[in-house]
Design a protein around this ligand. Structure first.
Ligand SMILES: [Zn+2]
Ligand SMILES: [Zn+2]
Length: 601
């Protein structure tokens, strides 16, 4: 109520000042008009820029200066009046004025301090509106309401005559003597307090209204700036944020759900907006959380927006490879060897670290590498290798281990959506799965090459291509440019090594260099010739029909006969992955090609 009266009084006085000023101005003008006869009238359309400026200056700025001069004049008159007061009255006024000033400033400060943590909740998101959009206005309104209440309340302050008089007036003591003595102090304190409260009321109201208007103006300007910055921040965020894939449901998305580190609330849409341009306040009102990639949003724990499973990293650059192979083709040994070698390459580099997820899978792979005994895999697995520069998770190399039985039966435990977004495909072929190679092996070594009979790699590839075409929406005749590396495994076995071992390939290339474009081409052609010879060329022909980027690599995933119980000694397992990465992921490609050099030296 008192606040309202204050506002009305201020507006009325301003109007009064304006009216007085207008009258004085009109009078002055009339006097001037008498002196200067026949003044030209102003015609707006004929004015040029300079004249327009001069007019604005005259109409607005001159008016303001006039008002200021007018106020100054009356303040000086009041000051002159004050000087005529008897000195004891002046002293009383000054003595009361000092605590009044302290009361005004502390009311203002306490009002702001008490409301510093008030934020307006967004109706749809688990976030507060940002200070510059709505919460600032809320804090401003409430802090001035509190400040006004404190200003007109004489009871609370200790540095105040009014406050001391109030306390003294309410002091209860049984001692009559003390009460008598205190009553002597009460009367002057009450008089000084009364004058102090008049000062507080007049100057405090003007002070708070002026600051309120100033803050309102600043908030308006910052709100306008914020409205411009929101789309700008969104554009940058959209450029930086990467498409990622859920390792649990294979869904593709670019904005995960983020978890508040303080209260665990899940933020489904943590992007720049009315809740913040760079940081947003969580609805728990305890923390600001980054709401854009470049302020560290990806450091927050995140969830898949589709299945709500926990993600290993938020917004890393994905590099996904589908790994396939027939039963006992050595696919598990290949994965184990590649993961082991890649880890040692990264450890050697020391500029980054990697984290294998899920932990259990990577532990198993490491055990397999050292024990040399490949375990039977019975589930489709995903190996995520998260690359970390400090705390920053930049890249995610994902290996999708795909079981042949699911491809052949065309019944997947989870949708094989990832075929569609894989950056490359690796197919592991075991030449020993061909019966006549098995026979040759038995003739030479006197033992069986492998325990189980052959498996139909070709049937698996036909089914895979069918599924791949369905997922990618390819019709016949359209080719996919994603790289496919076909691995001829087990080049540690003599009968294979003699045909496609790297020494053989190099020798053949040296013998007849003109027959090949380069050593790589020689490797490819010699491997193709070998697959033709053993009757597996259909597999490659089927792949060639749909993929335009196919290369064949001779490898030995285990480095020796499997189940020997010796630590793997892999040969050539990094090269196919490096070749795929070169076509799509520069950072991982760089790491892999330096890895290939490091391992071959
Ligand atoms: Zn929170
Ligand atoms: Zn998911």
């Amino acid at each position: 109520m008192r606040k309202k009266t204050g506002y009305i009084a201020l507006i009325l006085s301003l109007l009064f000042i304006l009216a007085l000023n207008q009258t004085a101005y009109a009078q002055e003008k009339a006097e001037k008009a008498e002196k200067v006869e026949g003044e030209e009238s102003v015609s707006l359309p004929e004015m040029n820029y300079k004249e327009m400026n001069a007019l604005i200056d005259k109409v607005i700025f001159q008016k303001i200066i006039n008002i200021i001069n007018f106020i100054k004049k009356y303040l000086l008159i009041m000051w002159a009046f004050f000087l005529t007061w008897p000195s004891w009255l002046k002293k009383i006024a000054i003595i009361s004025f000092i605590p009044a000033c302290i009361g005004i400033i502390s009311s203002h400060a306490i009002g702001i301090y008490n409301n510093r943590n008030k934020w307006q909740k967004h109706p749809y998101y688990e976030l507060m509106y940002s200070y510059f959009t709505k919460s600032g206005t809320l804090q401003r309104k409430e802090s001035y309401a509190d400040a006004h209440a404190l200003l007109y309340d004489h009871k609370w302050s200790w540095v105040s005559f009014a406050g001391l008089a109030y306390r003294l007036g309410n002091y209860d003591d049984t001692s009559v003597m003390l009460a008598f003595l205190l009553s002597f102090a009460y009367i002057p304190l009450a008089i000084l307090g009364f004058i102090e409260m008049i000062f507080r009321f007049i100057f405090g109201t003007v002070w708070l209204i002026a600051f309120n208007l100033l803050q309102k103006l600043i908030l308006f300007i910052t709100r306008m700036i914020t409205l411009v910055l929101i789309p700008l921040s969104n554009i940058i965020d959209n450029i930086i944020k990467k498409t990622q894939h859920c390792p649990h449901c294979y869904e593709t998305f670019s904005l995960p759900e983020f978890i508040c580190p303080s209260c665990g609330r899940v933020h489904k849409k943590l992007i720049p907006g009315s809740c913040g341009v760079l940081f947003a306040r969580c609805a728990c009102n305890k923390v600001f959380i980054p709401c854009v990639s470049f302020t560290g949003r990806s450091f927050l724990d995140s969830k898949c927006p589709s299945c709500s499973s926990e993600l290993y990293a938020a917004n890393p650059k994905h590099f996904s490879i589908t790994v396939m192979g027939g039963n006992n083709s050595g696919k598990a040994a290949f994965l184990s060897s590649f993961i082991h070698l890649y880890k040692s390459v990264i450890n050697h580099k020391r500029i980054l670290t990697i984290e294998g997820k899920p932990d259990g899978y990577f532990k198993e792979m490491e055990e397999m590498f050292h024990s040399g005994i490949p375990s039977d895999d019975d589930e489709s697995r995903i190996y995520s290798i998260i690359h970390k520069y400090g705390k920053m998770k930049t890249d995610n190399l994902v290996l999708y281990d795909t079981l042949p039985k699911f491809i052949v039966s065309d019944s997947y435990p989870r949708s094989p959506k990832y075929f569609g977004y894989s950056d490359g495909i690796i197919l592991v072929i075991d030449p020993l799965s061909v019966q006549h190679v098995q026979r040759d092996f038995k003739n030479e070594k006197g033992v069986e090459a492998r325990d189980d009979p052959s498996d139909d790699t070709n049937q698996m590839i036909v089914q895979f291509i069918h599924q791949y075409n369905t997922i990618c929406g390819f019709s016949t005749g359209i080719m996919s440019s994603i790289p496919v590396a076909v691995l001829i495994n087990k080049i540690d076995v003599d009968i294979v090594k003699r045909e496609v071992g790297m020494d053989t390939i190099r020798a053949k290339y040296r013998e007849n260099p003109s027959a090949y474009k380069n050593l790589n081409d020689a490797k490819d052609q010699i491997c193709r010739d070998y697959l033709t010879k053993i009757g597996l060329i259909n597999v490659v022909n089927n792949i060639d029909a749909i993929f335009s980027n196919v290369s064949i690599f001779p490898v030995s995933a285990a480095g020796h006969a499997q189940n020997e119980g010796k630590t793997f000694k892999p040969v050539g397992v990094m090269e196919p992955v490096a070749w795929i990465a070169k076509k799509g992921h520069s950072r991982i490609a760089g790491l892999l090609s330096s890895g290939v050099k490091y391992i071959n030296n």
